[in-house]
Structure formats: structure tokens, C-alpha cells
Design a protein around this ligand. Structure first.
Ligand code: FES
Length: 145
């Protein structure tokens, strides 16, 4: 009887170990690490230079910085820069030098199109960049999760 419970314990911990061991395959394209995001930008000061259709990178926020995309006068979208193909690589996408509104992972080459909800445009990534809430309150933009 002791032998059976010992075998069951070993099997249990092997299964448990395979579930919690970090591996690229287990997390591929699903999530990025959670960090608290909660900050404000002034519409007519911090964002005065951000024209409609353009974007800017906000460093020091999110997992690897945040891309803020202005779709209209009062329409903003905030995306984490972390590539969603291999979040554990902790790689930040960078703005493509030839295509406007496109960000590319320097590691896998996946590209994300901001005007399309930061969905993957090309390359192996299957999930869009993680989006944070961006809402206007008076003349302030609140970005949060
Ligand atoms: S982050 Fe390494 S694959 Fe895009």
C-alpha cells in the first residue's frame, strides 16, 4: 500500500512539475507578465505634439514601455511593447523605420499594425500587443489596467 502511494506521489509531482516549470512552449503567445499600469497624461501639454495617426513610446510604464497611438482628437490606444510570441524573451517591439504605424520585434521579426488593434501583420506572432485602457477625463488621458 505504501508503495502505491509513493508511486502516486511521484506521478503527482511529475505532473505538477510539468505544469509549473517555465517553458517557452507553455506560455507562447498567451500572456505577458502583469504589472500595474496607472498614470495620467495632459492632453494639451504631454500630448500636444502627438498628431492624429501618430504614436509615441512611453518608457518606464508597462512591462517594456507603452506605445500610445492617437487615432482621433480624443481617441487613444495604449499597447504594451512586449512581443506576444515569446513573452518570456522580454523583448520590446520597435517602430519600423520604413512603415508608418508598424512596430516590429527585433527578435522574431513579427510586425504589429497599430491602426488594426496592434494585431500581428506579418511574422510568427499570433496575438496582438497587450492593450491597456486609455480614457479621456476632461483634459487628461488616463492609462490603466
Ligand atoms: S520576442 Fe523573442 S520572439 Fe518576438
Amino acid at each position: 500500500m505504501k508503495k502505491i502511494s509513493l508511486i502516486l506521489s511521484v506521478v503527482f509531482f511529475m505532473v505538477l512539475g510539468s505544469l509549473v516549470t517555465p517553458s517557452c512552449d507553455t506560455n507562447q503567445g498567451q500572456i505577458i507578465p502583469y504589472v500595474r499600469v496607472d498614470f495620467y497624461l495632459l492632453l494639451y501639454a504631454d500630448l500636444a505634439d502627438l498628431g492624429i495617426g501618430s504614436s509615441k513610446v512611453i518608457s518606464g510604464e508597462g512591462v517594456n514601455g507603452i506605445i500610445l497611438y492617437r487615432e482621433s482628437d480624443f481617441g487613444f490606444y495604449a499597447y504594451d511593447r512586449t512581443c506576444t510570441l515569446w513573452p518570456e524573451h522580454d523583448e520590446a517591439v520597435v517602430e519600423d523605420s520604413t512603415f508608418f504605424g508598424v512596430f516590429e520585434c527585433p527578435d522574431c521579426g513579427s510586425t504589429y499594425l497599430l491602426m488594426n488593434g496592434a494585431e500581428p501583420n506579418s511574422g510568427p506572432a499570433r496575438y496582438p500587443l497587450v492593450e491597456y485602457h486609455a480614457s479621456i477625463q476632461g483634459d487628461v488621458l488616463h492609462i490603466y489596467n
